[in-house]
Design a protein around this ligand. Structure first.
Ligand code: KIV
Length: 289
C-alpha cells in the first residue's frame, strides 16, 4: 500500500503569502515531542520553541536562566515531531547580546543542531544590528518586541509595554528597525491593541500578537497556558481552551483509587502463562528448593 504523502513543509514565504491574502497566521509554543506532534497536526503555521519552556518545562521562575544547550535539547525533540509547521527557535538571553558573531554562531547552532528553520530574537532598535547580521548569514529571523521577558529587569517586570505616547512611538521605531534589518516577521507581546494596529499597518512583514489585540496578522499562544498545563499564573491575554491540569490530576487520583480497590490491574492488563507451562514452572520451583 502506498504511504500517505508527507505534508508540505511551510516556509517564511507561505506566511507572507497568507497575510497578503488576508488570512491569519497561527503560532503556538511547544516544548517537547508530544506537544509538538499535537501542535503540528492541528494545522498551525509555526511552532515556536520559545524560551518560555524555561518556566513551563524546566521550572525556572523566568526565561533569564535558559541556556543555548537547553534550547537545543528541546529543539531536537520538537524538530523530530514537526512535519509541516515552520519551526522557530528562540535564541536565549546571552546568545546574541555581546557581538554579532555570537548571534550568527548561535543561530547556526539552532539550525544545525536543533533542526529549526529560523530563529527568533528579542529586542528592537538596539538589536537590529544582530538581527541584520544573522539574516545576512542566511538564517531568517523573527523579531520580538514589547514585553521581552529576557530583559525583564530592564523593563521592570512582566508588564504591558508601550502604554504612553512616547513608548508607543518607540515600539513603532523598534518594529521598523527590525523590518529594515531583514526580519521576516515580528512578535508583538503585551502592547496596547491600537499600537499593535498601527505597527501592523505600517509594516509589510507579518505581525504575530500575543497580548497585542485582534488587529495583528497572526496570533501566538503558549500551549501550556491555553490548555491549562501551567499552574503558577495565567496572563490576562491567555484564553484557556482546556484544563489538562485537572484532567491529569483526576487520572492520577483514579489510578490510585483503582489499585486500592483491586480494580487495576485486571486480567485484561495482565500477562498469562499457559496452564501446562505454569504446572511445569511450579514443579521446577519445587525442584530448586
Ligand atoms: O518563549 C515564548 O514562548 C515566546 C512567546 C511568548 C512569543 O517568546
Amino acid at each position: 500500500m502506498a504511504e500517505a504523502a508527507a505534508p508540505k513543509k511551510l516556509t517564511i514565504f507561505d506566511l507572507q503569502a497568507k497575510v497578503d491574502r488576508g488570512e491569519k497566521v497561527f503560532q503556538v509554543t511547544a516544548v517537547d515531542y508530544p506537544t509538538a506532534q499535537l501542535v503540528d497536526r492541528s494545522g498551525v503555521d509555526c511552532i515556536l520553541i520559545g524560551d518560555s519552556l524555561g518556566m513551563t518545562a524546566l521550572g525556572y521562575s523566568g526565561t533569564v536562566p535558559v541556556t543555548m544547550d537547553e534550547m537545543i535539547h528541546h529543539a531536537k525533540a520538537i524538530s523530530r515531531a514537526a512535519k509541516r509547521a515552520l519551526l522557530v527557535g528562540d535564541l536565549p538571553l546571552g546568545a546574541y547580546h555581546a557581538a554579532t558573531a555570537d548571534a550568527i554562531n548561535n543561530a547556526m547552532r539552532m539550525l544545525k543542531e536543533g533542526g529549526t528553520d529560523v530563529v527568533k530574537i528579542e529586542g528592537g532598535e538596539d538589536f537590529a544590528p544582530m538581527a541584520e547580521a544573522v539574516v545576512k548569514s542566511g538564517v531568517p529571523v523573527m523579531a520580538h518586541i514589547g514585553l521581552t521577558p529576557q530583559l525583564v529587569s530592564k523593563i521592570g517586570g512582566f508588564k504591558v509595554q508601550g502604554k504612553s505616547a512616547e513608548t508607543g512611538v518607540q515600539l513603532l521605531k523598534d518594529a521598523l528597525a527590525m523590518e529594515k534589518a531583514g526580519c521576516f516577521a515580528i512578535v508583538l507581546e503585551a502592547i496596547p491593541d491600537r499600537v499593535a494596529q498601527v505597527i501592523t499597518e505600517k509594516l509589510t512583514i507579518p505581525t504575530i500578537g500575543i497580548g497585542a489585540g485582534p488587529h495583528c496578522d497572526g496570533q501566538n499562544l503558549v500551549l501550556h497556558d491555553m490548555v491549562g498545563l501551567f499552574d503558577r499564573f495565567t496572563p490576562k491575554f491567555v484564553k484557556r481552551y482546556a484544563n489538562c491540569w485537572d484532567v491529569i490530576s483526576q487520572a492520577l487520583a483514579d489510578f490510585q483509587e483503582d489499585v486500592h480497590k483491586g480494580q487495576f490491574p485486571l486480567a485484561e492488563h495482565s500477562f498469562t502463562m499457559k496452564e501446562d507451562e505454569y504446572q511445569a514452572f511450579l514443579k521446577k520451583l519445587d525442584s530448586t528448593k
